[in-house]
Design a protein around this ligand. Structure first.
Ligand code: PMT
Length: 402
């Protein structure tokens, strides 16, 4: 998008001063920036500083006749390609989660049709508070993009999570969100989460997958214009906006749901951690304790990825490999054995990588032998990198597997 209109909401936290640098970087990046400050934010930084850097009047007051005629909350809302709130205090997060509109910024936030990026920054204990966390979950499930706060030394004297991410990282996230709908016309099936294989009515075999990687893929693909079907094992995550979510429990159910969509799909991204084995039979009643050892017999589950690899015609099939040793060697074997187009090799022993964290460290393995290690990054960014790879791959069909 050329010269996108970014409305930057600044709320009253000490990290306000970093928002000045954010404006400078955005203007340098050819964005037209309109700043809206809450009254509390003006206690930290003068509006004149933002006005000078953005080259545009700064909105501070919903009820000022001059501002309403010169700036206008509906104009701001309608003209925005993206609304970013950085720093976002616990107070504004709560107001957004409650759908309140009691000042210029929250009114613009409710009125705009543009995507909304919230960048929380606050004291470590405030951020960890269950109310704040519940509000952030609410925002995410309403389709807001929420950036993770950084950890480190906080202005309040504590060490921990709550710092505003550095402005270049926020600009990177803004660029990501402003990317055009380059996946329009694609139908992407994403698998996510664990499978659960029942032992009896109350017990099951499963694994630590939270679904975060798969849900990030679904969000990225739908934001970039694809029609997305998310086949999800049991997770605690809210279904992403605009995505057809098909809940499943067992590997067999996941196979059925994926195959039902496969013919019409153009790609399948398989981030789910599917159980390789399931109990031969599940007891109809809760198994009773006894003094004897318990022996269970397991039988192999269908390998959905391998089945798709064997069936694929026009579809591009991307698999993941969660590995704890010999990462590349094991991943390469899976790429070829399952006849996949790309293997995302995931070292799940590394800190900040793998199960149930918001970041991931992966290496992309192409069929032509290309190995692309990516640094630790948010699962949202990993998801975008996989979408970028898919688009490049489609342009070079000669690189495709058998
Ligand atoms: O969900 P999160 O908490 O965000 O964690 C993300 C993740 C670690 C689960 C994810 O990044 C990941 O690595 N997913 C693949 C996990 C896995 O089961 O790997 P695997 O090596 O066992 O399987 C290889 C591929 O075959 C995978 O694409 C898997 O979906 C698929 N598979 C596996 C077994 C099976 N019976 N059928 C399959 O389709």
């Amino acid at each position: 998008m050329e010269n996108p209109n970014v409305v930057l909401g600044v709320t009253g936290g000490i990290a306000c001063y970093k928002a000045l640098e954010l404006v400078r970087l955005l203007v340098q990046d050819s964005c037209a920036v309109r700043v809206v400050m809450t009254r509390e934010a003006t206690e930290f930084v003068r509006p004149l500083s933002f006005q000078t850097l953005s080259g545009a009047p700064v909105g501070t007051d919903l009820f000022s006749l001059t501002q309403e005629s010169e700036i206008g909350h509906i104009n701001l809302a309608d003209g925005a390609d993206l609304l970013v709130i950085a720093p976002a205090t616990a107070n504004v997060v709560a107001k957004l989660a409650a759908g309140m509109a009691d000042d210029l910024l929250t009114t613009v936030a409710l009125a705009t049709q543009a995507p909304l990026l919230v960048v929380p920054s606050m004291n470590v204990h405030m951020l960890a508070h269950p109310m704040v966390q519940a509000n952030l979950v609410k925002l995410r499930s309403a389709g807001y993009h929420v950036m993770e706060a950084d950890a480190g030394y906080l202005a309040c004297g504590y060490e921990g999570k709550g710092r505003l991410p550095e402005p270049p990282a926020i600009v990177e996230e803004i660029r990501r969100l402003l990317r055009p709908g380059d996946l329009t016309g694609e139908h992407i099936v994403v698998t996510a989460g664990p499978s659960r294989e029942p032992l009896d009515p109350v017990r099951f075999i499963s694994n630590r997958s939270s679904g975060k990687m798969g849900y990030a893929l679904a969000r990225a693909a739908v934001r970039r214009g694809a029609r997305v079907t998310l086949v999800s094992g049991p997770t605690a995550l809210a279904a992403p906006e605009g995505v057809k979510t098909v809940p499943v429990v067992t590997a067999e159910e996941m196979r059925g749901a994926v195959l039902a969509e496969f013919d019409a799909a153009t790609a399948v991204f398989m981030a789910a951690a599917v159980a390789d084995y399931r109990p031969r039979s599940a007891s109809g009643n809760k198994m009773k304790r006894s003094e004897d050892n318990l022996r269970l017999e397991f039988i192999p589950n269908p390998d959905i990825a391998a089945e798709l690899g064997a069936r694929k015609r026009h579809q591009v099939v991307v698999g993941f490999a969660a590995e704890t040793e010999s990462l590349l060697e094991n991943a390469r074997k899976k790429l070829h054995r399952k006849n996949l187009d790309l293997l995302v090799a995931n070292d799940v022993t590394q800190e900040g990588s793998g199960f149930d964290v918001d970041t991931n460290a992966v290496t992309l393995l192409d069929r032509d032998g290309t190995v692309t290690p990516l640094p630790t990054m948010s699962k949202d960014t990993v998801a975008d990198r996989i979408c970028d790879w898919f688009l490049r791959y489609k342009k070079h069909p000669h690189r495709r597997g058998a």
